[in-house]
Each structure stands twice: as structure tokens, then as C-alpha cells.
Design a protein around this ligand. Sequence first.
Ligand code: GLC
Length: 524
Amino acid sequence: MRVVCISAECEPWAKTGGLGDVVDALARAVGARRRADREGDAGTPHVVQSQVWVGTGAIMGVGDGGLADEVEGPVDVFLPKYRGMDAPADATSRSLLVPDPLAESGVTEVTLVEFEARGYRVRLVDHPPAFDRDGYYGDENGDYPDNGWRFGLLCRAALEALMADGRPVDVLHLHDWQAMPAVLLRDCAYEAYPLISRAAVMVTIHNLAYQGWLTRDQAAGLAFPDELKQAMKPRDDGILLLREGIDRAELVNTVSPGYAQEALTPAFGMGLDPALAGIGHRFGGILNGLDMTVWDPATDADLPANYSRSDMTGKVVCRLALLTELGFDPNDTGPVLSMIGRLDPQKGFDLLAGAAPELVAAGARIVVLGTGDPKRIAGMRAIATQHPESVAIVDAFDRALARRIYAGADLYLMPSRFEPCGQGQMIALRYGTPAVVRRTGGLADTVIDVREWPDEGTGFLFDTSSPKSLANACRRAMEHYRRGGEEWAAMQDRGMAIDWSWEAGPAEQYAASYRRAASLRRDS
Ligand code: GLC
């Protein structure tokens, strides 16, 4: 079974958020599943709890396909070649003519830069007018108005490259709205080409907040007039790319079962809940994995000391070093709360800003590492200026400091308003730092509240999206931390013991979903 991914991001070549990490790890893990590894359990159904197809409420068994249906590695990953992206020396380049509704001649020449790395095949679409720009999606004026053309070109170049390969594609795995033109094109432009038209489409939604709306004018850059006529009704004033993906794909998933359930409700569905509900059991949730080798306190080279479940002394060293680095009193044993991420309303930095005065008064110290619009934490900055000994705000994208914080802090906060999956909470638990999270989406699926489940808890959950609720949960966590002892150590240990690896579950679940998508396509 041949699987091809199309995405706007893939770490380490292009990343602004979790999408990049997930596409990289998934392509690697799915491609690495070798036939030999599977021989023992092929055909043996077993239930995996982290995947739920919500339409029926059923949990899908793995192993419903035979060996002939195994994914062939390496998987192909198509990506734009953005500004500043370098290909390795052994990459090959060739030119490709791509149909382009905005080109006078009807075609545009792009360069396909290809190489194998990290266990999958990277296929970069290089076309400077489309991708050699300041941002991936937009600049200070907002989204680029020609995103329909840009990501349409990415997808069309991918489909043309696949046609030129001459090998049938079984599954096109499309991530987020930027890859949705591919399913529209499959149905409206390539329907006479079986190499493409027979491919099943699996759509993965990483965040419903970004849907890819194109006005009628913008859609003219995406597809030729005849193709648009097939895709749009005369009264439509534009195209919502994610909606097209949901309606046309064989399977649609999001990145946790919890968020999949929420996405069906008006409160979280962002207007797409009826569309998602409409596809029934073809919509579900698969919990993201975490790259356990990339995130490992026992080997992390950015930490001042390494540690593991069997020897936690390194964590104490990391804590002291972090406090010193931040200008906090290293001898103060009081709780250190931390938060890392994009300064996006989704993440709830403003809730922490609201809770901070009370927390500081209660003896907490707080470190925030965030990138994005600094206005979002203006309130927090004022508190940091008043209490430099207790509050530190670092406005930077600093991967190494992020690691030192995951290791050196006592508690990790994720008060997200919604969270499709989230990665910070998994990393924090792996680094022995219990998490305080809002009970939503992937956070509720990955953190267990220690008051509700004293023998299984890995953190502290709260329900209401308010500074007060966050403050209450933090105070509960701080009391627990101050009590310390066996109870605290056991909670840290439970978090560190969790196997989040892609190989342990998600890769298998995606492989099973690919088989199911392919069989749905065959039967259609
Ligand atoms: C988006 C979501 C995040 C998820 C990530 C990877 O960034 O906001 O919750 O973890 O995609 O799927």
C-alpha cells in the first residue's frame, strides 16, 4: 500500500507548530513498520483505546487488513520549499510542468527537489513566486490573499509528480486546509486519471480554527473555471477548503478522541460540527504520539544534568540551574510553575496573567516562554516588572531553554481554551513535571487528575476557562507539591512511565485507518 502525505509543515524543514512535529514523526513511524515486524500479529484484532471513531461510538480494531495491505516504506511527504529551506547535498532536482489557472499559458514550471531523510522521502515543491516569502501563510498584513493559488500549486505539483511516477497511490494523507486542494482536484480535475482518482483520501485536522476560506476571486487561483464549476454551486460566494476535505475524504480524523467528540458540538466545531456529524463513523480521533527519543531527560543534551525514573537527582540539578538562569533564588524550595507556547488566544496565557497576582501572593514563581503577539501577555509583563524575583517572561523561540524549563520546573501549565491534542503536557510528564491542564480535547485524554484517581493521577485538571479556576487548580497543585514525599514522587514516576511513542499505538492506528480508507474507496 502506497501512502503519500501532503502538508504545509514538516519538522525539521518547516515548522511553526505541532503540525510539523506530527507529520515528521508519523511519516517516519508509519514507513518504519516493516513486514517482518508485523508477521506475528497480522490479522489479530486488538482494541486500542486512544482511537475512537465517534460516529458510531465504536472503537476500531487494528489488524483488519492482511499483509498485502501493509504500508510500503518510505512514505512520500510533499512540502513547499519556503524561504531559507536547504536541501541536503544528495538531493535531486527536476523540473515539472504543472497546470496553473493563473498562468497565461495554463502551465507553470516548478522544480521538484527530492531526497530521502529520517526514513521517508521528502519532495519539495520549489516555486519562488509562491513560496519564497517572509512567512509560510502570511505576513503582518494577515494571510496572503493568494493562498488558494499557492497551496493549490503545491497540491497540483504533488499530483503531477505522482502521475509522472507512474505508480498508483493507495492513500493520500492530507494535513490541514493547505492540503485540501488535493482532494478537490482528485474529484474535479483528475477524475479521468486512475493513478490519482482511485486514491483514497484521509484528512487529518490538527486545528479546526484554521479552515482555509477562499472568496470566489481567490478560488480562481486554485482551479480552472470548469473545475470550479464542478466544485462550487452558482450561489456559493467562495470555497471553504476544510469543508471540501471533510465532504470528499474517505476518512477524516482529528488528533485526539476527546477533541473529536468536542468537534461535533457547536461550542467547539467552529461551524463545521454539522459537516463532521454528517459523515458519521467516517470521522474519528487518533491521539498523537510523542517522539520518545527526541524527548528524553536521560539523553537530552540541552539539560545541565540528565535523569531518569531510576535516578532523579539530575532533575534537582536542572531545577537549581533554571532558577539561577532566571534570576530567581535557587535556595527557595517553593513551587515553580511554567508555561511554554505560542501567544495565541487558544493557549490561555491571558488566564495565567489573570491568575498570576494571586499565585505570586501564594508563594509561586512563574516562568513563561512564549512567542507571538506580546500584547497578549502585557498584563503578565507588568507583574513580572513588579516581581522580578518571582515572575520571568522570555519572549523568544528558544528550543534549548524550553527543554531546560520542562526539566527544571515543578509544574507545567496548559490552560487552553481548546486543544486538539497538545504536546507540551506529554513532554512535561515525560520530564517528571506534573501538569495542570484544562479538561478539554487532548489534554483531558492525556492527563489524569490525582484527586479523582489517587493511584493513577499524573496532574491536576480544571473545568472552567477562567483565571479563578486556573488559580484554584494551581493552588491545589502547589499544596500537593509542598507536601512532597512519596506521593509526589509516585505521581512524577507515573507520568514518566507513560509510553507515548508513535510505534506503541498511533502509527498502527493510522496504518489501520489507511487500510480502511483504501477499502472504502475501492467500494465506492
Ligand atoms: C495543532 C493543535 C495541537 C496539536 C498539533 C499537532 O497545533 O493546536 O493541539 O497537538 O496541531 O497535531
